[in-house]
Design a protein around this ligand. Structure first.
Ligand SMILES: [Zn+2]
Length: 195
């Protein structure tokens, strides 16, 4: 299926309606975790490329939101960061990676998830009142095993101010509402950061 061929943006997520014109760009090839084309647009006013990212993709880092969540989940289970790195390393990294690199890989993911849960908790104080800022607590509260994917829907109007891997992290955060783009999330191009 070549969904990217039909992908359009109803409105620029960064600008007030009618104040800029989005130009379609050639789709880019996203290689991790699976090869896929991602539709892109360019906002002249913000000098920013905006991508239509399927909801399960992490933003600005390679891979899936579920995989990042899994790393944080394993870390929460205890045993220490080194143990978590040893547990996760075979599934995600090449044989050549060092334990030190794997530990850093785990720490980045734990920090991203922690930051996202803290921000989401403060964006929706009533919804997450009394919920611990952990993957386990959010899973129980939202009754899902894909907390980050669920939060991307819940936080849709805030994605442009949220950090990676959930949010879209534009260079100039602006707190403006935007229209809904069903089943896809918009984000600037993914990054050079190696997973
Ligand atoms: Zn714009």
């Amino acid at each position: 299926m070549q969904a990217w061929r039909q992908a359009t943006l109803p409105a620029c997520p960064l600008c007030l309606p009618g104040t800029c014109r989005l130009e379609p760009l050639a789709p880019y090839l996203r290689k991790v975790p699976a090869v896929a084309f991602v539709a892109r647009f360019y906002c002249r006013a913000q000098h920013t490329t905006i991508s239509l990212l399927p909801d399960f993709y992490a933003s600005r880092v390679p891979g899936l939101l579920d995989d990042i969540e899994h790393a944080a989940e394993v870390a929460e289970a205890g045993g220490g960061t080194e143990h978590t790195a040893e547990t996760l390393r075979p599934a995600d990294a090449s044989d050549a990676i060092t334990l030190g690199a794997a530990v850093a890989w785990v720490r980045r993911r734990v920090a991203w998830v922690r930051e996202v849960l803290a921000i989401v908790g403060s964006l929706f104080p009533d919804l997450f009142a009394g919920v611990a800022r952990s993957v386990g607590a959010f899973r129980a509260h939202l009754e899902t095993s894909s907390v980050l994917v669920a939060l991307r829907g819940i936080c849709e109007r805030h994605l442009h101010v949220l950090p990676r891997p959930l949010g879209l992290n534009p260079r100039t955060p602006v707190a403006r509402p935007r229209r809904r783009a069903p089943r896809q999330s918009m984000g600037p191009d993914p990054p050079a950061e190696a997973g």
